[in-house]
Write a protein that binds this ligand. Structure first.
Ligand code: NAP
Length: 253
């Protein structure tokens, strides 16, 4: 008989970065619904109902350290770390090299800084689950945003590297890779009829994702239900990366 209690996060403590809105916000709320005590980190210090907000800029290593001190003092444990904070800078926002560096700083280097800061508490708790939010950009060469593509491919690599390094402490490390999801980050392409349709047609399921589409997979990776899963990248992309021909949802191509 399957043990459905294995999907429960009752008694667990989680911290989600990028919890003020979008995918991180939905995951933070979902982990609360699954029973966890959840801290939500962002610059704005906003968090969904039931999530304890921590205002922190991931560019500030000392502030990241203080965030985990706060978790340690409040709950004395950390079972789950979800790295969902991220940026995608529009072309022309800064010069190309600055844009590349800024994107890597937030989407890759800050994730590693967060994992290093969380590690002692995860280890002291006796194991846990780290979930890095990557993207279909980790395996596809999207145009016009090399920093974002490089950061997400790097984060997929970091996930595999750390899965090996963390296993000895009973800590699993996996990546969760969304397709196009309707959030502030994608508001421009969502609102543009041609871009909206282009992204819709790239999926097998014939629709954009919503932040809540990521929640079930996040709970699975966070919980003991995925106890034998590490070093993996789980694509929640409506079939985008698996798709061959441009098949429509009624089966015609
Ligand atoms: P979003 O709506 O723009 O939210 C981004 C989150 O990151 C916000 O909570 C933001 O909070 C936080 N954040 C950004 N920079 C930060 C910093 N320096 N320090 C602390 N927090 C910071 O984006 P989203 O679409 O939900 O994206 C969430 C994750 O999914 C990102 O890693 C993104 O790359 C990935 N993703 C998104 C899509 C998509 O289609 N939307 C697809 C694939 C992957 P504050 O502004 O309050 O700091």
């Amino acid at each position: 008989m399957p043990d459905l209690d294995a999907f429960s996060l009752q008694g667990k403590c989680a911290l989600v970065t990028g919890a003020s809105r979008g995918i991180g916000g939905a995951i933070a709320a979902g982990l609360v619904a699954a029973g966890a005590t959840v801290f939500g980190l962002s610059r704005s210090g906003v968090a969904p109902q039931g999530v304890t907000a921590i205002a922190c800029d991931l560019a500030d290593d000392a502030a990241i350290g203080r965030a985990f001190d706060c978790v340690a003092k409040t709950t004395g444990r950390l079972d789950v770390l979800v790295n969902a904070a991220g940026i995608s800078l529009p072309a022309g926002a800064t010069d190309e090299l600055q844009r590349f560096r800024a994107t890597l700083a937030t989407d890759l280097t800050a994730v590693y800084a967060t994992i290093l800061a969380a590690y002692p508490l995860l280890k002291q708790t006796g194991g846990g689950s780290i979930i890095n939010v990557t993207s279909i950009n980790s395996v596809r060469g999207f145009p016009g945003n090399p920093g974002y593509v490089a950061a997400k491919a790097g984060l997929a690599g970091l996930t595999r590297a750390l899965a090996g390094d963390c296993a000895r402490d009973g800590i699993r490390v996996n990546a969760l890779a969304p397709g196009y999801v309707a959030t502030d980050m994608t508001a421009g392409s969502y609102a543009d009829p041609a871009m909206h349709e282009d992204r819709r047609r790239h999926t097998m399921l014939g629709r954009w994702g919503q932040p809540d589409d990521l929640v079930g997979a996040a709970i699975f990776l966070a919980s003991p239900a995925s106890a034998y899963v590490t070093g993996q990248e789980l694509f929640v992309d409506g079939g985008w990366t698996a798709k061959g021909l441009a098949i429509s949802t009624d089966g015609t191509s």
